[in-house]
Design a protein around this ligand. Structure first.
Ligand code: ZN
Length: 206
């Protein structure tokens, strides 16, 4: 412990002596001063102006053992759905006891698509509180659904909360948009009436 603290102290001292302007792994933007050519040799993503080294791009500073300094671009990875997250998905298929959906994005992060290409599933027991006799009365193909992730690995989702369920439904006869009228949905084109597990914030109300 004592020895460790000693090493850290020494490292700090070394940094002070060398006058390092940046620390390893610090995020910098173009034009940020990184140090001088006396301290470092030039790597990728940096430029030298009269002996001063600056970042040429946004990224993470890395200094090699041979004192080569570079800036490695940081790419923001798309968000992955985690347990408890609410996602927006689209109904792709209806099986006897499963709704198969494609996950589009995280709720509140509609600007970014998620980093999953595998389908999510809503089991008949996770559609709503109470018994579901036929899940075709709860979901339709191409409906937009707001659901909670209950198992991030298997991408199992649930809509068994009042604010979860279908937020935009597609008429099964003509594919028209459906408007909410009380507890049912009415197609704005053909007036067909259909049932859904409607989310409390369904998008279009008659
Ligand atoms: Zn219709």
């Amino acid at each position: 412990m004592k020895r460790e603290r000693g090493i850290r102290k020494w490292e700090r001292k070394e940094k002070q002596v060398k006058g390092m302007a940046v620390e390893n792994k610090k995020i910098v933007v173009p034009g940020d001063f990184l140090g001088t050519t006396e301290e470092f040799t030039l790597g990728a993503g940096v430029y030298d102006e009269k002996g001063n080294i600056y970042a040429a791009l946004t990224g993470e500073v890395r200094v090699s053992r041979r004192r080569e300094i570079e800036v490695v671009p940081v790419v923001e990875t798309p968000p992955l759905p985690r347990e408890g997250d609410i996602v927006i998905c689209r109904v792709e298929d209806l099986k006897d006891s499963l709704v198969v959906v494609s996950i589009a994005c995280l709720w509140g992060r509609e600007d970014r698509s998620v980093a999953v290409s595998l389908p999510g599933v809503i089991h008949i027991s996770n559609i709503k509180r109470g018994f579901v006799k036929d899940l075709r009365h709860e979901f339709g193909i191409l409906d937009l659904v707001k659901a909670r992730v209950i198992d991030a690995k298997a991408l199992r989702l649930s809509t068994a909360e009042p604010e979860l369920g279908v937020i935009k439904a597609c008429c099964s006869a003509c594919r028209g948009d459906m408007l909410r009228r009380g507890n049912v949905l009415v197609c704005e084109n053909c007036n067909r009436i259909e049932l859904r597990k409607i989310a409390s914030d369904y998008m279009r109300v008659a």
